[in-house]
Every structure is written in C-alpha cells, then in structure tokens.
Design a protein around this ligand. Structure first.
Ligand SMILES: *Cc1c(COP(=O)(O)O)cnc(C)c1O
Length: 371
C-alpha cells in the first residue's frame, strides 16, 4: 500500500524527487539568478516547440485554463472572431471564455470520438471571412483523442487566419514543430506531460503576432502582451512570480532532456498506456476510443454494464487501495479515465491493475462481460 495515493490523473500528477527538491530554495524578487533561470526555461520551452527565432514563451501564474483564456483574450481582437473546434469539454470551455471576454465565435462541434476534418474547416473559413482565429485542442483530455494539428495548421495558414492551440495534454510528449505546423499561439502547462507541479502555465507565441496584441486583453491579469513586455525589459514578471514552481519546471525540463526529449517521453507513455489498456481489457473493460485515435497520455474506459458495477464505488474502492484515477467527462457514456502521464512506471501500473481487480472482485464481479 503506497503511503499517499498513486496518481493516474491528468494533473496534478506524480512528480520526481528532483522536481520536488528544486522547490527547497527561496528566491527573492529581482534575484539575477532567478531571472537567468527564467530566461533559460523560456528558451527551452520555445525550443521544444521548434520555435526558436520566431516564437517566445510567456509564462503566467495560474492553472492551465488561465493560459487558454489569456491566449484567446490577447490574440482574438475585439472585432475578431474565433472558430472553436469542439470534440470534448475542454474545447467547449472556450465558449464561456469568449462570452466573458465579449469575443464573437462560431463553433464546429463533432462527436467525442470524431476528429475535426481539415477539409470541413477549410470550407467554414472560406464561407466566413470574419473568422480571424481558430482554436484547436490537440489532444482532447475528455477521451484522449488525437486531433490532426498538422493538417489543420496547414489549412488555417493557407486561409491567412491565426491558429491557437490548447496543447495542455500534448505538450512535452506529442511531437510539435511550429516551423512546419504554423501556430500563432500554443497554451500549455507544466502539470501534464512535463511532469512538474501546478501553479504556472505558459503560452508559446509567434513574436510578430504578439506584437499586434497590445491592448486586446479583456483583463489586466490575462494580458500576454504586457507580461511579455515586462519579461523582455528586465527579466521580471509583472506581478509576484511563482518562484518555487518556476524552479521545479527547470528541474522537470532537465529530466525531460535526460529521458530523450519529447520522443523519449512519448515512448514511455506509449509503453505505459499499452500496459494499462491490455491490463484493463484482460479484466473485460473497453476503451471509449478505437486504438488508432487514442493518444497515450490519457485513456477513457467505459463503465462496464455489469449490474453490480457502480462508478462511485469503483473510485472509492480504488482510493482505499491507494490509487487515484480520474472521473469520466462524457455526457452520455458512463466512463472513467486513467492518465499515463507522470512518474508512474511498470511497478505502479502493476499495482493499479491489481487494485482494479481487487475492487471489482469486492463488488462481486468475476470479469466485466463484453456488451
Ligand atoms: C488540463 C487541461 C486544461 C487546463 O486545466 P487546468 O485545470 O486549468 O490546469 C486545459 N485544456 C486541456 C485540454 C487540458 O487537458
């Protein structure tokens, strides 16, 4: 039994000793060492996206949604319009962000197991010249579906519009290269595939596009342009920097490098998700998505139709065994989610699978029958 629950959750997640230890130092405001650390972290984030020379990283305090909201509010001008691509709850959340910011939007919504079709996006952009930007979630954490960033980026660029990406669940593990997949802005967080602690978020932006964003933001705290100007001027955040969290991210980036960068991390997640999917299937569970659409960062499973199976009891039973998974987010399909990100290895996966078997056995279920 682990001392604290093993986290198979999409952030916060299990972090390494090195990441936790990095937070032991107190940094004062305007400490030149901190400014240097900050600058190197920003450069490394841009490099991971292939944006060195064209893009800059703008960190902000807050959880990942703040980065998405700051991106939408800072990039879509008052007279602009956002086309929101939706196949899960994270895409849908951008509607509220536009409403609060007073930005016009159109939605292109599809079923949770269907990826947006680039040809259909092209048609919609051609039909509505008022659309200035498109928002894509590259991996929808609702199901773990992989959306075709590269193809969509090509279509949006060819129509002369700006692409905004919520890459929260992808950044750090999904290959991304803004040189070949043109992106105006990409919002991400250290608490997913970068495997660091919560407290900050960041947006990787095309500098030439950001320069046109002065005065766009609907709130002082969401102003990416202003934060960028402050960082460029003296290396300081506008407001109190989450120093410990920044230091933790630095350590997390060191570890990513040791693991072989994005490709290395992706290989580990692919192994982890394979073991998890195989193990759950052997107990009779079914994934929500077909394998070819499934990204390895998070897997959504259907609640089995066995009469004795109860989702609340399932979550509670697992927690008693010392394992935390994530509730499902689908309206019509009772489900749960297992994240493969974070410092979880083969031993933790074996523990998880044994805990699941234990929990369903305690419910009186032999094996979850196929529907
Ligand atoms: C995690 C996540 C977010 C941000 O969530 P926070 O709880 O604000 O950190 C946004 N979009 C996607 C796709 C995510 O997976």
């Amino acid at each position: 039994m682990p001392q604290t629950p093993l986290l198979f959750t999409p952030g916060p997640l299990m972090t390494s000793e090195r990441v936790k230890t990095a937070m032991l130092r107190d940094w004062g405001p305007r400490d030149p060492d901190f400014a240097a650390l900050e600058a190197s972290i920003r450069a490394r984030l841009v490099d991971l996206a292939g944006g060195t020379g064209s893009h800059v990283a703008v960190p902000m305090s807050g959880s990942g949604n703040l980065a998405v909201e700051a991106m939408v509010g800072s990039f879509v001008p008052r007279e602009g319009k956002l086309l929101i691509l939706i196949n899960g709850v994270y895409g849908r959340r951008a509607i509220a962000m536009c409403d609060y910011a007073g930005r016009a939007y159109a939605t292109f919504e599809m079923p949770f197991d269907t990826a947006p079709d680039p040809i259909e996006i092209d048609t919609r952009l051609a039909a509505d010249p008022g659309i200035s930007h498109v928002l894509l979630v590259d991996c929808e954490t609702t199901t773990g579906i992989l959306n075709p960033l590269h193809a969509i980026a090509g279509v949006v660029a060819a129509r002369g519009r700006g692409l905004l990406v919520d890459s929260m669940c992808g950044f750090g593990a999904l290959p991304i290269d803004v040189r070949t997949s043109p992106v105006d802005a990409l919002a991400a967080s250290p608490t997913k595939c970068l495997e660091s602690v919560p407290g900050l978020c960041f947006v990787i932006v095309r500098e030439s596009a950001l320069r046109k964003c002065q005065g766009n933001a609907p709130a002082v705290n969401l102003d990416l342009y202003d934060q960028w100007r402050s960082l460029e001027q003296d290396g300081c955040w506008r407001f109190t920097a989450p120093t410990h969290v920044v230091a933790a991210l630095g350590a997390a980036l060191d570890e990513l490098e040791v693991e072989g960068g994005i490709a290395g991390r992706m290989r580990r997640y692919a192994r982890t998700s394979r073991s998890i999917i195989d193990g759950f299937r052997a107990m009779g569970f079914e994934t929500v998505l077909d394998s070819e659409r499934q990204a390895p960062m998070i897997v959504s499973f259907r609640a089995p139709c066995a009469r004795r199976f109860d989702l609340d009891r399932f979550h509670a039973g697992l927690l008693r065994e010392g394992v935390l998974i994530s509730p499902g987010k689908l309206d019509d399909v009772p489900s749960f989610r297992v994240a493969c990100m974070g410092q979880v290895g083969e031993a933790e996966v074996r523990y998880l699978l044994a805990a699941v078997q234990q929990t369903i056995t305690a419910m009186g279920i032999e094996r979850c029958a196929k529907r």
